[in-house]
Design a binder for this molecule. Structure first.
Ligand code: ATP
Length: 366
């Protein structure tokens, strides 16, 4: 029976468990065996108890649970060829030659590299005597399929990543909670949400909560934003609004291209408008908690598609990533999606915001 491995890697995201469940059960349904690799790439490198066969019942109750029940880790060893050599050996020892990996762009880059190196790794394992030629014979090609698990919705080429809607839901609830106290005391709140290179959470949350102003990494405010923001808040107050909500993504920049801080915005509201203003940094509450309906649905359909992609792969197929575009589950070229994602992040890091916006726009015009 063919053995398919499944792993979660990088930052955890709600819905990762749904993906593991779908991969395990679809593999079994298709006549294969499913193996969970615990603790991300650490499990592949260390092997032993960290690689375990999963039966149908082993993933019972996974669908709604937040985080990742098979664990995740940042694994330095896998960044080195020596670590990947150990990983290849553990795969062969367990008879696994197909991996479904749910993670961010780093995890998926590592996976693609592993697939590229696979034939060379196997040769080395034979030439250094760790494995026999007969051992590697049935495992000449490594099949990798990527699933994007990330709360930031930062992967190019897909409309949504597994976890982003659960996170957005939690942010909206948190802002609603803050609303109550803000309105009671007529206060202002500056709320920092996650998103180092991607303002999706901040932007969507600000629309969904009717925030007064938003700061995102891709687009620093123009010169004079202080007057603009205070003007908007003043107008809203004059119209009877009893609370003020400003949402700021953690990676937002100001007009001088330095990182904009929630305290800076708070001081402005306090000093110019005499508003009693507080800062709330939502932090890791945005990551945890149950997966929302959408993430349960998305992770299930994408997990099924990932197993289909494994079973249909040929040695010539480029490594696929499972995406969703206009509500259809699709397969895209994994490295192309990673390349585009990295070019947006790099444009933001070198503060070329026009390029960042152009790349984001191009995605939607495609
Ligand atoms: P997140 O978006 O949450 O940060 P990520 O998947 O991008 O998720 P990373 O920390 O970048 O998270 O990567 C997770 C793991 O993937 C790393 O600890 C490492 O083991 C592996 N990895 C990342 N990049 C590479 C690479 N270029 N080569 C080999 N392995 C890599």
């Amino acid at each position: 029976k063919r053995r398919i491995g499944v792993m979660t890697s990088g930052g955890d995201a709600p819905g990762m468990n749904g993906a593991v469940r779908a991969v395990v059960r679809t593999s079994i349904h298709m006549g294969c065996e499913a193996y969970a690799i615990y603790e991300g790439y650490e499990g592949l490198v260390q092997g032993g108890d960290l690689i375990k066969q999963m039966l149908w019942d082993d993933v019972r109750g996974y669908l709604s649970r937040g985080g990742t029940l098979i664990g995740t880790a940042r694994c330095m060893a896998f960044m080195e060829r020596a670590g990947r050599l150990k990983a290849a050996k553990n795969m062969i020892l367990n008879g696994i030659d197909a991996l479904v990996i749910c993670g961010g762009d780093g995890s998926l880059t590592g996976a693609d590299l592993f697939r590229d190196e696979w034939p060379g790794l196997l040769e080395e394992l034979v030439s250094n005597g760790e494995l026999k030629a007969d051992d590697i014979q049935p495992y000449q090609h490594l099949n990798i399929v990527g699933l994007v698990g990330s709360i930031d919705n930062d992967m190019s080429g897909t409309d949504a990543t597994i976890g982003c809607y659960s996170s957005l839901e939690r942010i909206c609830h948190a802002v609603d909670d803050v609303f109550d106290t803000a309105a009671s005391h007529q206060r202002g709140f500056v709320i920092e949400v996650m998103g180092r290179h991607c303002g999706w959470l901040a932007l969507m949350a600000s629309i969904a909560t009717g925030a007064d102003f938003v700061f995102i990494p891709e687009k620093p405010p123009r010169a004079g934003w202080e007057d603009q923001m205070c003007g908007i808040v003043r107008t809203h107050r004059q119209r009877g609004k009893r609370r003020t909500i400003i949402i700021i993504a953690e990676g937002a920049h100001d007009v001088n291209l330095t990182k904009i801080t929630p305290n800076q915005v708070k001081d402005l509201l306090t000093q110019r408008l005499r508003l009693d203003t507080r800062v709330t940094i939502l932090g890791h509450t945005q990551r945890g908690g149950q997966a929302c309906f959408y993430d349960r649905w998305l992770s299930t359909l994408q997990g099924v598609e990932a197993v289909n992609a494994v079973l249909e792969a040929t040695p010539e197929t480029a490594t696929p990533v499972i995406t969703i575009r206009e509500n259809k589950i699709e397969r895209s070229d994994l490295m192309e999606a990673v390349r585009l994602t990295k070019s947006v992040s790099k444009a933001i890091e070198r503060k070329d915001f026009d390029k960042a916006m152009e790349l984001r726009d191009a995605e939607f015009k495609e």
